[in-house]
Design a protein around this ligand. Structure first.
Ligand SMILES: Cc1cc2nc3c(=O)[nH]c(=O)nc-3n(C[C@H](O)[C@H](O)[C@H](O)COP(=O)(O)OP(=O)(O)OC[C@H]3O[C@@H](n4cnc5c(N)ncnc54)[C@H](O)[C@@H]3O)c2cc1C
Length: 488
């Protein structure tokens, strides 16, 4: 390992990994370093499967840290706009998060489609399933969309390439080997503690071994780079806020998405599961008219947990290619847009999560929908006899309404009621709500058309800086930045 690089990337999540991949392909000859606070992908295991309990892995959670970031344990649903298969001639499409509006500002429709198709091809090259969900049965999908529309619900139609949790792990393992074999330096178990910034220009990073990450006395070592790329993901959102404050990196207050993970029988969701695999539904229910959406739908899937540095436990979900449950899970998220003078959406989300974690003695809280409507908490006994058996065994029965605000809760319940008119049984009293599910990608860094922040030579890609909200767009942002940097 050297002490000076052309490009230092903080975080080896999909955004950083795809940046490195593309730099190799472009044959730039530049010296690249990825600094990753977690482990190699092959060393990442989550003990919860064996011991049925979150062991709060130290120094960092294996679900969210390590090579391929949150991608390794993700369900691996890739939005796949493969031109040869889909949407030829269409001029508008959903990209998710800010990336839609941001990338659309600087790239033409054709350039975006090419970028998406190229990135999709890289996933295929490393072994992604060639099968795309949601491209057959077009008539049925249109019928579903029309039915949803009647209830003021937008059902967004996107083809999905489903990697599956266990396959995503293997695929990223092959990419890791490819990067290492092709001269990319990767420091694992190494945390970037600080940025080296002089006269508004980044000069490098300060690193610590991850086991010393929280040791204030330990002296961090500087490594220098001509360009530094932030690819820290949602997990790095709090650290990024700290860096923004310390180094005056310009940011704008973005939304924070707060909600729950909903679990219900596959049988209820069978049409969407069958025809689309994932149905992304967006609505603005009254009286607040906030944006409420479903996200990360997992047919025959499993509800999962993820633990953040400050020990916050959040709920998520995934599904395997082979191991199946009989339940579908999906997130129902409410976008909270705060206005002046409040500008701390991450703190807000963390406080909600902290309260809910405390109510569950550090665990995810689960509650039946019917109990919420009846104004009572759920007890362990209720779950034993419940029609929907929770797939997250560590979740603790309780009352999430104590911690989610009135506005959030009302938005979610109104959304569920509208969904019930579209999908019969969606509001069945036995269905389960798990909380908290929060997406901390609200650090909206202000970027120029080269993804450069207000600090010279400091760039941001992926979810952490608020640019993207999912695997495909995070990966695309890495490819795009590599292309930009290679021309500099
Ligand atoms: C359980 C689960 C299921 C998901 N399912 C899907 C899905 O089906 N489809 C989809 O599109 N998306 C899904 N996602 C989201 C998806 O994984 C993310 O959108 C994607 O991984 C973002 O990529 P990224 O590179 O921006 O960040 P991340 O993947 O979060 O990677 C960031 C990396 O940076 C490292 N890092 C952070 N701070 C530092 C630091 N200071 N020093 C060193 N390293 C640091 C972290 O350890 C991490 O490895 C899921 C996520 C989870 C957790």
């Amino acid at each position: 390992m050297s002490n000076k690089y052309d490009v230092i990337v903080i975080g080896a999540g999909p955004s950083g990994v795809f940046l490195a991949y593309e730099m190799i392909k472009l044959n730039t000859g530049k010296k690249i370093l990825l600094v990753e606070q977690g482990r190699r992908v092959e060393d990442r295991t989550c003990p919860i499967e064996k011991v049925n309990k979150c062991m709060r892995c130290k120094p960092f959670c294996n679900i969210t840290s390590g090579f391929s970031g949150a991608g390794a344990f993700s369900d691996g649903k890739l939005l796949s706009y493969h031109l040869s298969l889909y949407n030829e001639g269409e001029n508008d499409f959903y990209l998710g998060g800010n990336s839609g509006s941001y990338i659309k500002k600087y790239l033409s429709t054709q350039e975006i489609k090419d970028l998406l198709a190229y990135t999709d091809d890289v996933y295929l090259e490393f072994g992604a399933d060639p099968k795309l969900e949601g491209i057959e049965n077009r008539e049925e999908i249109v019928k579903l969309q029309q039915k949803a529309k009647k209830e003021n619900l937008d059902l967004i139609d996107i083809p999905i390439r489903h990697l599956g949790t266990e396959k995503a792990h293997e695929l990223y393992g092959r990419i890791e080997k490819f990067l290492l074999d092709n001269g990319i330096d990767i420091m694992f178990n190494t945390t970037v503690d600080d940025l080296v910034v002089e006269n508004n220009e980044v000069k490098g990073v300060k690193i610590k071994p991850s086991e010393k990450a929280f040791d204030e006395e330990y002296e961090a070592e500087a490594i220098y780079g001509d360009k530094v790329v932030l690819g820290v993901g949602r997990k790095g959102a709090a650290w990024l806020t700290k860096m923004c404050n310390k180094h005056a990196i310009e940011q704008q207050t973005g939304p924070v998405d707060i909600g729950i993970r909903y679990e219900l029988p596959d049988e209820i969701m069978k049409d969407i599961n069958k025809y689309m695999y994932e149905g992304k539904v967006v609505a603005r229910p009254g009286p607040f008219k906030d944006k409420v959406r479903t996200f990360c739908q997992n047919p025959s899937g499993f509800v999962a947990t993820e633990v953040y540095d400050n020990n916050l436990t959040l709920v998520n979900g995934h599904s395997y290619k082979e191991k199946k449950s009989t339940n579908t899970n999906l997130a129902i998220l409410v976008s909270h847009n705060f206005v002046h003078p409040f500008n701390k959406p991450i703190d807000y989300g963390m406080n909600v999560a902290k309260n809910l974690n405390e109510l569950g003695a550090g665990n995810i809280v689960v509650q039946r929908l019917g109990d919420i409507f009846r104004g009572r908490r759920t007890w362990e006994e209720d779950l034993k006899n419940n029609k929907v058996v929770p797939t997250l065994k560590t979740a603790v029965a309780g009352d999430i309404t104590y911690a989610l605000g009135y506005r959030t809760m009302t938005d979610i319940l109104e959304f569920i009621k509208s969904m019930d008119k579209f999908v019969e049984g969606f509001a069945d009293p036995a269905n389960l709500l798990y909380g908290p599910e929060i997406k901390f990608y609200s650090n909206g860094l202000i970027l120029d058309e080269t993804f450069q922040t207000s600090i010279k030579n400091l760039y941001s890609i992926g979810d952490g800086g608020g640019l993207t909200t999912g695997l495909m767009m995070a990966s695309c942002s890495g490819v795009q930045l590599a292309r930009i940097i290679s021309k500099m």
